[in-house]
Every structure is written in C-alpha cells, then in structure tokens.
Design a protein around this ligand. Structure first.
Ligand SMILES: [Zn+2]
Length: 456
C-alpha cells in the first residue's frame, strides 16, 4: 500500500487535472447535453486506465465498459459508476460555472465532481496505480452507466445481455457520501425509489370562488383528501399491499444499524428541526420502541415532494382548474416497484377514481447481507486504507440502480462512498474535497488488494 500511496502523491496534480477535464464535459442525461462527447471521454478514461474499452448501446444513452484480466483464478470484480450528471439547476446559485472545475479551499467545485465523476475516476485511477505497481490483483470489469440520473431504465436489460461475458464474483460501486460521522464506510443495501404525480382536474379553467364555491368541485380539496387517505398522521402508509414482500432486517443488519454513530438531536438541529417525523412502532410494540434514526433510513417512505395548483404564485380567490401532487416512495428491501405501483393505482382508483396517476422513475431496492461473500474482505480493505475500521451501513437511505447487479447478475455488491457529506450533489456548488479524491484512489486500490487475498 505504501507504493500506491507514493504513486497517488506523485500524481496529485495530474489526477486533479484529469478530474477537471472530466467535469468540463457536460453529460446531462435528462436533456442530452454533451452525452455523445461524454461517452467518448469515458471510453478514453477507461482505456487510459489499462482496460479494453467498449461502448455498449442500450436503446438510450450507452454504457461504457472496460475489462482487464487479473491473475488466473483471481476474483472478478465489477466496478459500477455513472458518467451522467444532474442538470446544473439554477445557474445564478453557482459561485463558479457548473461545467468548469474550480478549486477553492481544498475542494473542487463543478457538476459531477462528487456525483459521480470524481468517484469513478478514483476507482479508475486505482486500477492505473495497481498496474503501475506490478499489475491488477483481480480481473476487473468497469461499467459506467449513462442513465443513472434518469433512473437507469436500460441497465438491467443491458447487463443481462452481457451476463456471460461479465461472469463476475462481486461488484463494488462508489457513490454518495461517507457516513455523517466522517468514517470510512461500506454500504450493503440501497433503497429503491418510485416517483409519481397525482393530477386532479376540475373545471376547464380556474373559477370564481364566489360564483362557483359549493357548486364546482375543488380539485385541490379532493387531492388533499386523497393524500390524507394514503398516509396517516402516525406515519403509517395506508395503501394496502404497498409493503408486500418487505423482508424484515436480519438481527445482524439491525445490530449494524444500531452501531452506526449518530447524534439524532444534533442531526435534527442541523436541519433546523426540533422533532422527528411520526413513524409507527411495529404492531404491538411500545411506541417508545419505534425505529431510531438509522433504522428509519431502512424503512419504506411516502413523501409529498410538492403540491401545486399550476396557477401561479399570486393569491386569487378561485377554485383551481388542476391540482398536482408530486410524490415519491423509497422502497425497503423486498418491496417491488410493480407491486407498489399497483397499490398506489388501486388506492387512487378506490378513493378518487377521476384522479390521474403518472409514474416516473422506478428503481428496485438492493440488498447484500453482512455475511455475503467478500463482505469481510471489502470492509477490511476500506478500513486498512483509512487506518481505522470501516462502518457497515446495511441499508443506505438513497437509491441507486444496484439491483441490476444484485438481482440481475446475482452479485454481492459493496458501496464504497468516497465523497464528503456536504458534497451538495444534485444542488448548486456541488463539490468534492480533493483530499477525499486522492484518498479514494488509495481506498479503491486497498479494497481490490483485500478482495484478491480473500478466501472464495
Ligand atoms: Zn445523482
């Protein structure tokens, strides 16, 4: 590992330059901005890291893959990342242009620095470092998704078509931030996600509330009643069947969740909150035994993201023509997108049949158990690089298309997040602490070395 550290230290300026150049290539999958150039740039990065690159058509934005064989009999590791980024958002809120890397106070700012270019580049540079120091310890297949930020609609099918040539033993991915406590972290599971809009229509235009009140049905009231029927004030999600298949956490997972350091009061205060959301204790349990902060991040959610009447911001005394709720649900392990969609549709049909539901992104949850093959090796490798034991996060709050690897390819999957907690991904002034970028290269290399040494 000392040789790897020296290599990383020696090449700091060059690596930062490569990240800056990568950030400068826009790759907004939602709008298409820069995508063809980005796929080509990703291909070149994969190639310059010593892998045989390939652009794989998906029906949407392509996957960029790369493969390099390791020693005979060594494990075969898939490294997953994504080269697309979120749209830059309100440009006025950026302190420097989103697609022009800018270094301030030890951080590189720019769209994609943390999510995900800095993180998969660290993985690629780790491969380069290992080759430079005598060769890859494992066989490696890199998979860079071009559609993660739009829900990876083609990933599962495309990977299934590559199943035979991939034929791997495990997958690792680097995305999202390290645990709040700034400890080295290994994530085992990610929640799924389903987003949708509920649209309720009234008259063909907004109507005068004096002339039409009590006569014209009000779509905003109807929408509010419908939403209130979907989740109660005690936090219980009332849509029958939405949680079909939810697999309870194993005692090992529960222990790992409880072991994660968290100062709940401080976390809440930091977000300007003085209370937690209501969440019911399991049936029959004392409400005081309700789930704690970390456990809640492993449970299903139902959030209203926004409510609007599409009538502008001014206050007019009208009955609106249309009311819209944008919602999302995070899916716990065992839930299925299709089942949850059916439950939402059936609930709306039963309570407000003229409401329209439009489903948007759907992502399955993914789970790897703490005693799955290579788990120990990955945790050890990440801890070795940091000089202290890595935290194990059985289920992380956010969503990633990892089910394409766990369920689709049957691989145990390990997340090694490298970004700072305040990376501001998806927001203006996205950034990556450069020391974490460089340290991330060491961490990724250490994980591969540890995997190579593991009993299969
Ligand atoms: Zn993202």
């Amino acid at each position: 590992m000392d040789a790897i550290r020296t290599y990383v230290e020696r090449n700091r300026a060059r690596h930062e330059q490569e990240l800056a150049e990568w950030v400068a290539v826009p790759s907004v999958s939602a709008t298409g901005e820069g995508m063809p150039e980005a796929a080509e740039h990703a291909r070149l990065l994969v190639e310059s890291s010593g892998l045989t690159p390939r652009i794989v058509e998906t029906g949407g934005w392509p996957l960029v893959t790369g493969h390099a064989p390791g020693p005979d009999g060594s494990p075969h590791v898939v490294i997953y990342g994504h080269y697309d980024v979120q749209p830059p958002g309100p440009l006025g809120e950026w302190d420097s242009p989103p697609f022009q890397a800018s270094i301030r106070d030890g951080r590189m700012y720019g769209r994609g620095t943390g999510d995900n270019k800095g993180q998969h580049l660290a993985q690629l540079l780790a491969l380069r470092a290992l080759r430079d120091q005598g060769g890859l310890p494992c066989s490696v297949t890199v998979v860079l998704d071009g559609e993660e930020e739009i829900g990876s609609p083609h990933l599962t099918d495309t990977l299934a078509s590559l199943r035979e040539e991939i034929d791997a033993d495990l997958a690792v991915w680097s995305d999202g931030p390290v645990h709040d406590a700034y400890e080295p972290t290994v994530s085992l599971g990610v929640r799924g996600a389903l987003s949708f809009e509920i649209i309720v229509r009234g008259g063909n235009t907004a109507l005068h509330s004096g002339n039409w009140g009590n006569v014209a049905p009000n779509p905003a009231w109807e929408l509010v009643w419908l939403l209130a029927s979907m989740r109660g004030p005690d936090g219980r999600i009332a849509m029958r069947g939405h949680d079909a298949g939810v697999t309870p956490l194993t005692s090992q997972e529960r222990d790992a969740l409880r072991a994660l350091p968290v100062d709940t009061a401080a976390v809440l205060a930091g977000a300007g909150l003085d209370r937690m959301d209501a969440y019911p204790a399991p049936d029959g349990a004392d409400p005081a035994d309700g789930p704690g902060y970390n456990e809640r991040l492993a449970l299903p959610t139902f959030s209203i993201n926004s409510l609007s009447c599409l009538d502008g911001d001014d206050h007019r005394t009208v009955i609106p023509a249309v009311a819209v709720a944008r919602c999302d649900m995070r899916l716990a392990c065992g839930q299925r997108v299709k089942t949850v969609q059916d439950a939402v549709r059936a609930h709306v049909q039963a309570h407000l049949p003229h409401a329209e539901v439009r489903f948007k992104v759907g992502m399955e949850p993914s789970r790897t158990l703490p005693d799955a093959p290579f788990a120990e090796a990955v945790v050890r490798g990440v801890g070795d690089a940091a000089g202290k034991p890595a935290l194990l996060v059985p289920a992380q709050g956010g969503s990633l298309p990892i089910a394409a690897l766990t369920d689709g390819l049957g691989l145990p999957c390990y997340g090694i997040p490298l970004a700072n907690v305040d990376e501001r991904n998806h927001a203006p002034n996205e950034n990556l602490e450069l020391r974490r970028f460089h340290e991330g290269i060491v961490t990724a290399a250490s994980a591969l070395l540890s995997i190579a040494g593991a009993q299969r």
